[in-house]
Ligand binder design. Structure first.
Ligand SMILES: *Cc1c(COP(=O)(O)O)cnc(C)c1O
Length: 381
């Protein structure tokens, strides 16, 4: 997969001229820049990018150009990627469980911020990381809903454990901070409110003044026509609640959005391989390709269908079962999709909001997944 040098006007122009047989992800640098500016202008603190959601070089380079100065990394590979593409940026190593060689790798690359959610992993950090000028953020969790799925199932200390860890971090001479992740595609801003208030209680209970509070990623991208992310409202709520909860001890705030930064900058075109006996629609992309997330966090209803010449299909929507190209019966999109009645073999189904957890989780299972990327000026079809 490579990004060609040609810049196309929009996806329809590319489809008309190229008639691609493999799935294509269209990338609009202008959309990444706009998302980055929305965070930098609106978020009341430092904006970092969660590299795992889309580690494409074109993503990172555009974010760096737009002024994103910090990156949340989870592995030596991601750390090296950021050191190469954004050498002066801060790296926050926020995967709370690390092998010793991974910690040593980060120390050697000058990483100065780590998260932790357990005593055993904190002991490793204390042993291997020089405390001077280095931040350790204790990651905690709450049983709150609001996200598409709950990140607390894997990571996060309970409030009691977080108290203890915070004290140990401060006693060991590290810069003490707190962090949480409300869960991905979190459309309920009040999840942040609950977490910020809990953070203030944890710090007070531990008797530790925290330097920073990292309010995670989880900011939604635009997946459903009916639900447009109101990021600015969430930013204002975070700002207000941080002051209310911490008063004079208000920490600096950090956020680490993934999908909200990259999601809406990419649009997918998948070709219709067959309308089998006029019924089931088979696409050249599916849940082993870039549509991996649909069964996990729900469908994206921002799609449209165009004929091979790029003109929109306008038939009345009819619910259809849609399969991906592999021979695995799991390779089916959830539920049924309201596709235009005149959809035909050779058409393209175009999905918006496809930049996160898509390029990077695409697999070559069964020999499919030969994904192509194309740069466009506009994602409007
Ligand atoms: C995945 C992840 C993120 C980004 O989450 P999004 O829901 O994509 O915004 C941020 N922080 C951490 C620690 C993560 O693991």
């Amino acid at each position: 997969m490579g990004l060609s040098k040609t810049i196309w006007t929009n996806p329809a122009e590319f489809l008309r001229m190229q008639q691609p047989e493999n799935p294509v992800l269209f990338f609009a640098p202008s959309a990444v820049q706009a998302a980055a500016r929305r965070f930098i202008d609106g978020f009341p603190g430092m904006v970092t990018y969660a590299v795992k959601s889309n580690p494409g070089e074109e993503m990172v380079e555009n974010l760096a150009a737009a002024g994103v100065r910090g990156y949340d990394c989870a592995s030596p590979f991601e750390i090296d990627l950021i050191r190469r593409l954004a050498p002066d940026a801060a790296i926050h190593y926020n995967n709370p469980v690390r092998a010793r060689y991974e910690i040593e790798h980060a120390v050697a690359r000058g990483v100065k911020s780590y998260s932790v959610d357990s005593r055993s992993e904190l002991d490793k950090l204390i042993e291997l990381v020089p405390a001077e000028g280095t931040e350790i953020s204790v990651r905690f969790k709450l049983p709150v809903a609001g996200a598409a799925y709950n990140f607390g199932a894997k990571f996060g200390a309970t409030a009691d454990l977080a108290d203890d860890l915070l004290k140990v971090v401060a006693e060991a001479g590290f810069i003490p901070s707190l962090t949480f992740h409300p869960g991905t595609q979190c459309t309920d801003p009040h999840a942040w409110e609950a977490y910020i208030r809990a953070a203030a209680e944890i710090a007070a209970e531990a008797g530790v003044t925290i330097a920073r509070l990292n309010v995670g990623g989880g900011f939604p991208n635009h997946r459903l026509h009916a639900v447009v992310p109101a990021l600015e409202d969430t930013f204002r709520l975070i700002d207000r609640v941080a002051t209310e909860a911490f008063g004079d001890n208000r920490p600096l705030l950090v956020c680490e959005p993934g999908r909200a930064m990259c999601g809406d900058a990419f649009t997918l075109a998948a070709r219709v391989k067959s309308v089998r006996d006029g019924e089931h629609v088979f696409l050249n992309d599916g849940v082993y390709g870039t549509l991996t997330e649909l069964p996990l966090i729900g469908v994206i209803d921002r799609f449209q269908v165009v004929a091979p010449d790029g003109t929109p299909r306008t038939g009345k929507p009819e619910n259809r079962i849609v399969f991906g190209p592999t021979c695995d019966s799991v390779d089916r999109l959830p539920g049924e999709l309201p596709l235009p009645s005149d959809i035909a073999e050779g058409d393209y189904v175009i999905w918006h909001g496809m930049g996160s957890y898509s390029v990077v989780t695409n697999s070559r299972f069964n020999g499919f997944g030969d994904l192509q990327m194309a740069t466009v000026l506009s994602l409007k079809v």
